[in-house]
Design a protein around this ligand. Structure first.
Ligand code: 5GP
Length: 175
């Protein structure tokens, strides 16, 4: 897919960010190129249309899942729902705690934003250790949603994050 080749050209690598030893893959240059960004969103919409039959809700992960999620949901004519770090969402929420490299973090989703049995796709920019995506899947389970697929732009394959997920996962670019 030419659209994905173009995205790959634009992703910029930053060694030792945010910590020594980490090679950070920056997707913001893609958003600086309107045609490339449009191509990426279209490719993601095409994938979901072809592989996620009957999807009713796109769930985007804090914070770069918010860059693509609403555009994709709008294009599909379906709902967008955010999962956010703890303390950011008003009203009643489902909460899940997950472990990071050092310590733990919490993420939340608003109750009633997803109904039991609803078919959802969970979206983020990048899958690394899979901790973030796994927490999102756990939240979906708590809400009794049906996870059709986890979708990320980039997967860092040597971290084997995919192994932590019990649902199918699609990545457009793998390093
Ligand atoms: P994980 O929980 O899989 O270890 O980390 C994935 C989360 O961290 C995602 O929400 C992603 O946005 C962020 N992340 C980790 N490494 C990178 C990176 O190299 N580039 C970008 N853009 N995000 C990263």
């Amino acid at each position: 897919d030419r659209r994905i080749t173009r995205v790959k050209e634009l992703i910029k690598d930053y060694p030792d960010f945010p910590k020594p030893g980490i090679l950070f893959r920056d997707i913001f240059p893609v958003l600086q190129d309107a045609k490339a960004f449009r191509g990426l969103v279209d490719a993601m919409v095409d994938f979901i249309k072809a592989n996620c039959d009957g999807v009713e809700v796109i769930i985007g992960l804090d914070s770069r899942g918010f860059l693509f999620g609403p555009m994709i949901a709008e294009a599909l004519g379906i709902s967008f729902v955010p999962i956010r770090k703890a303390g950011k969402l008003p009203g009643e929420t489902y909460k899940v705690e997950y472990t990071l490299e050092y310590g733990t973090d919490k993420c939340e989703m608003q109750k009633e934003s997803v109904k039991p049995g609803q078919k959802i796709v969970i979206l983020d920019d990048l899958l690394a250790t899979g901790g973030t995506m796994k927490a999102a899947c756990d939240l979906a389970d708590v809400a009794q949603a049906t996870v059709l697929c986890c979708v990320v732009v980039i997967e860092l394959t040597d971290l084997q994050g995919r192994k932590r997920l019990k649902y199918p996962c699609h990545a457009f670019i793998q390093y």
